[in-house]
Design a protein around this ligand. Structure first.
Ligand SMILES: NC(=O)c1ccc[n+]([C@@H]2O[C@H](COP(=O)([O-])OP(=O)(O)OC[C@H]3O[C@@H](n4cnc5c(N)ncnc54)[C@H](O)[C@@H]3O)[C@@H](O)[C@H]2O)c1
Length: 415
């Protein structure tokens, strides 16, 4: 009998295929069931699996049939608006679920995830891969090891020019087109907020208290469509509610402040811009700099620029998985973070762990920022209370590894 972990992959668009790059190479897993609404996507995915030397998977356009077909885990890589219904069905059936990222417009949906998990105790993993990326891993390890002192402020962003993906939805059915037409909010907060929350021990002794969001006007998509012949005529009448830049400030119970930025419809470079400022120094992802207040700090830009790239000097703080990673694992998706995340998922399933490193409480509180930012913007950028989805248990919940790094294994003590 095939002893490999049987994966049911639901959603075979860009991300489903990206995840497949990794899973097909991971020897102790098998994609045994696949699901999408489009038959050509099902056929392409089946071909990739068979070409990899694996048996043809069970194919269906009904995710309930994947949940019922005897898989060990379902991975949900569908559009944002149906993640929760799939995850609830899987948890209710006792099938562990790994759910892709995205914000939620509904606080009720976030509560539904938490309530279902607490009722069923079915393992739930939120696939926030940026928590596993090398930069975020280094920043977290620097904090855990006290290098930056006590953290006071974190900022992060999702800056990604997605104009062609959004407009292209008219041909690809990509969900972002409808999202940008109908909502104005921070629709994708978790890539930056996930790592920041781990750094600040959110849900594990700390929590978000309130937020304020503000949006710019919306011009980027209109301008892009007008100047892009393949869309100019077909999309000319569409109005977009989504502002081009949305900023959100979050206050934490332990006194830290977080600033997030969503910037996806103007020409710009990709950047997550993680910055962690503590009493002894700061980490800045955009310049790959670690700057400590020990004589090397100078606030003049010409002197600061000498610190660009200085994070290499701190490689000893990297978790062991980032030191042992192979070129093949790096190439399999997003520079290696996807491989490390999936390895954690599959290892947790093999050892039948009930608690996942990124759990349902993390998912609920990070996803809820979308709905709360929408509310704040609608109310003229008024402060909005954040929600404690742990119902007070965050005071007892401990970081998974109090030594250093809560979600990447790191055995070596750093002196
Ligand atoms: N973690 C990352 O780095 C990363 C990167 C890209 C996308 N994502 C996430 O992955 C998810 C998918 O994004 P994408 O860009 O691949 O979108 P996509 O539109 O390319 O793919 C989504 C797929 O899901 C299918 N689908 C939707 N509803 C379905 C249903 N009810 N039953 C079966 N199939 C259904 C669609 O037909 C489509 O093929 C989103 O949640 C997104 O936020 C994560």
């Amino acid at each position: 009998m095939d002893k490999r972990i049987k994966v049911g992959l639901i959603g075979l668009g860009q991300r489903g295929n990206g995840l497949m790059n990794n899973i097909l190479k991971i020897k102790d897993t098998l994609i045994s069931a696949i699901c999408d609404k489009f038959s050509d996507r099902l056929d392409n995915a089946e071909k990739r699996i068979v070409d990899n030397g694996d048996p043809a998977p069970f194919k269906t356009d009904d995710y309930l049939k994947v949940i019922a077909c005897g898989v060990d885990v379902v991975i949900v890589a569908t559009s944002w608006n149906n993640h929760v219904e799939v995850a609830l069905s899987a948890m209710n059936a006792g099938v562990p679920v790994a759910m892709e990222v995205g914000g939620s417009h509904s606080i009720e949906d976030c509560w539904a995830l938490v309530d279902c998990y607490e009722k069923t105790n079915t393992p739930f993993f939120f696939l926030e891969n940026c928590c596993y990326n090398i930069d975020e891993a280094l920043a977290t390890s620097l904090v855990r090891n006290g290098v930056l002192g006590e953290v006071v402020y974190c900022q992060g962003a999702y800056c990604h020019d997605l104009r062609s993906e959004i407009a292209g939805g008219i041909d690809t059915h990509h969900y972002r087109l409808e999202e940008y037409k109908n909502y104005c909010c921070d629709n994708y907060p978790t890539h930056e907020l996930g790592p920041i929350s781990k750094i600040l021990n959110i849900n594990r002794g700390n929590r978000f208290i309130k937020l304020v969001s503000m949006s710019s006007k919306s011009l980027g998509m209109k301008h892009y469509i007008k100047n892009t012949p393949i869309y100019a005529d077909r999309l000319k009448d569409i109005e977009f509610k989504q502002g081009d830049v949305v900023s959100t400030m979050i206050q934490c119970e332990n006194g830290e402040m977080i600033v997030l930025k969503l910037d996806t419809t103007l020409p710009r470079l990709y950047d997550r811009n993680l910055t962690v400022s503590g009493t002894k120094g700061f980490y800045c992802q955009s310049t790959n700099a670690v700057v400590l207040d020990k004589g090397e700090f100078d606030h003049e830009i010409d002197k600061y620029s000498k610190a660009f790239g200085s994070d290499e000097k701190y490689n000893k703080y990297l978790p062991e998985e980032w030191r042992a990673i192979t070129d093949e694992q790096k190439k399999a998706g997003h520079g290696g973070m996807d491989y490390i995340m999936l390895r954690h998922l599959f290892d947790a399933l093999k050892t039948k762990e009930k608690k996942m490193p990124i759990d349902v409480y993390d998912a609920a509180v990070w996803m809820s920022i979308t709905a709360l930012s929408e509310k704040s913007i609608k109310e003229g950028s008024m402060p909005v209370d954040c929600i404690d989805f742990t119902r007070g248990k965050y005071k007892q919940f401990k970081p998974l590894d109090t030594f250093k790094y809560p979600y990447i294994r790191c055995k070596n003590k750093i002196n």
